[in-house]
Ligand binder design. Sequence first.
Ligand code: LLP
Length: 422
Amino acid sequence: MEEFRYKEDSLHCEEVAASDLAQAYGTPAYIYSKNSIVDHTRHFERAFGAIGHLSCYAVKANTNSAILGLLAHEGIGADAGSIGELHLALGAGFPAEKVTYSGVGKRDDEIEYALRRDILALNVESEGEIDVIRGIAGRMGLVARILLRVNFDIDAGTHPYITTGSRQNKFGVESGRAIDILTRAQTFPEIDVLGIHSHIGSQITSSGAFVDAARAALELAGRARTAGVNVRQVNLGGGFGVQYRNYLRHTLLPVEPDDQEEAGLTTVSMLRELLRVFGQAGCMLVVQPGRSLLAHAGILLTKVLYRKESGGKTFVVVDAGMNDLLRPSLYHSYHQIVPIAPHRAEHEVVDVVGPLCESGDFLAQDRILPRVDRGDILAVMCTGAYGYALASNYNARPRPPEVLVDGRSHTCIRKRETLEDL
Ligand code: LLP
């Protein structure tokens, strides 16, 4: 399942040396392992056992069409967050009846597109949205299937920017109002209320928050049924956290203190806790995993351009920056950074920084790394989810290529942008 490992002191993706990939595609470059994507998906799916469910991959985590195609081929569904993601998901082969659409601010044309493509359901977030959907469905002569996203005021204990289930967050409707909204919606002939939706955040590392959300959703589903709503689905969203620290081990690599929460964490262990609560709910469970399927399946290769000492710090300046990988700058996220060919035992504390004109342009701060020098290639680990997806052209920097490795072969699945693309 974990397809990035050192073989004779040289980092490999499946059977291909990272050094060969850097040579062939240049740096910076995103590298993905096909088998890791497939294995993570199958492992996730197997955890459900006999429980009736649908996993809808959260397209926002990685929108590369080749990767979407792989996931569609595995038979899972997709959750889109925009008309663009809907277009990509349907184009990559996800069947409409396994595609959902989430988002707090769907435009009329986006709603119309989703209804025209007859996707499984829209996860709606306000009464106003239900009225708009109703109007559009009525004009089109269709019945719109919806789930109501409910905010249960559950703190997912994750970074404030990616926590979505607390009452002060913009997502969903207040749980106290849910029954009224559900019962009103089901009186409209243009609306078919399928069930309840909840997504409490991302990179969640404790099963407790999931269990609380599942309990709250099931309790609400019970009350909604009593009120006459035909609840057939409970969608608990995504958010299953993954391990980022100490992902790769090597005698020359430092060992980071484990994050308390992350230590021993597996997506499947969290999922099992949730499934225990869900057990006999008598309706279909839908989940929307993104990071848990993709994060471990990708790395970002980058080359050391310069070293410099300044203000008592050592800076390692690399050719990938915040436009290529935004997570460290935006959330202070930790990504392990390793030399692809570790050969020096000497460790030092450095800031790994990019070339952009922002002090927030860093990949790591005060990080212990084996000493690296100009020309060395580094791998930024666990960047398969929300890596390229958050990349931009800031500072007029062409975005890096994406490469998919399968055994001994590798294919460019998105070309490096050129100056002409800018
Ligand atoms: N469902 C909904 C409605 C979502 O908004 C998201 C993610 C997911 C599912 C998938 O969550 P996952 O399983 O990937 O945690 N850019 C941030 C993450 C933002 C997540 C946004 N929503 C990051 O790089 O950490």
